[in-house]
Design a protein around this ligand. Sequence first.
Ligand SMILES: Cc1cc2nc3c(=O)[nH]c(=O)nc-3n(C[C@H](O)[C@H](O)[C@H](O)COP(=O)(O)O)c2cc1C
Length: 289
Amino acid sequence: MFSLTPVLVAVVCVLIAWIFKNADGNMERRKGETRARTKAQPWVDEDLKDSSDLHPVEEDADDWQDSEESVDHIPFSHTRYPEKEMVKRSQEFYELLNKRRSVRFISNEQVPMEVIDNVIKAAGTAPSGAHTEPWTFVVVKDLDVKHKIREIIEEEEEINYLKRMGRQWVTDLKKLRTNWIKEYLDTAPVLILIFKQVHGFAANGKRKVHYYNEISVSISCGILLAALQNAGLVTVTTTPLNCGPRLRVLLGRPANEKLLMLLPVGYPSEEATVPDLTRKPLDQIMVTV
Ligand SMILES: Cc1cc2nc3c(=O)[nH]c(=O)nc-3n(C[C@H](O)[C@H](O)[C@H](O)COP(=O)(O)O)c2cc1C
């Protein structure tokens, strides 16, 4: 019995060492997970990330503001239509939007600025993560500024087409007959540059989180496109690759704003053409479960 004691002691020691080692490992893993959680920002979308910012800002956890705002809750006001009218309205809305095309030939005829105000007001009704409204719509009418925008975009787009985009992308675009020459940037009477605010600022100057800012701004762009179509104006959705930082600086926008989209807006020019594209039918885009 006594001769077994050293063996028992050894076993107990090994057991204690194993327990401690495991506890240590778990602790490290938990620390790692916490670190990852603090670092992960699931509301920041990765796809249009523009890492070529001219003035990257260092982040500090103390710069961030917790939201303490409270709002009253009020009765919801709703307009309900008879079913027949619902079908008619939805059909008409679809038919209106089905006529929307990306138009790359835009005349220099002026458009009523009240219409521009209204379509941007419509875009501003979009839902946004935690109602942060993380959008800025920069409306450019000035001929010189439009031309400077064109110069920046054509310079970058030439490099995009020749070097950055790759053969597959350039081949996929062939049917659209697009290239780096963007005459519409001069001719369109209005350019709307839509910026996503990657964070905001609270009244005390601290930074405010803008959850899902890219999705929110993209939804508002969709509404803007629908509103332009409804008003009888044309545009083409453009996402000028690698131009964001230079355009932001040209337009005097702050570093928390990143260019998401540029919409030249106006009437189609008389000789405007569009590629003869078809859209997928309902049974290819809808799955009912
Ligand atoms: C996110 C996005 C980016 C786009 N970028 C460009 C662009 O940089 N230049 C361009 O000429 N068209 C661009 N387009 C327009 C598409 O080519 C066009 O929507 C597509 O060919 C379908 O044509 P439609 O808009 O007439 O239905 C873009 C569209 C989307 C949705």
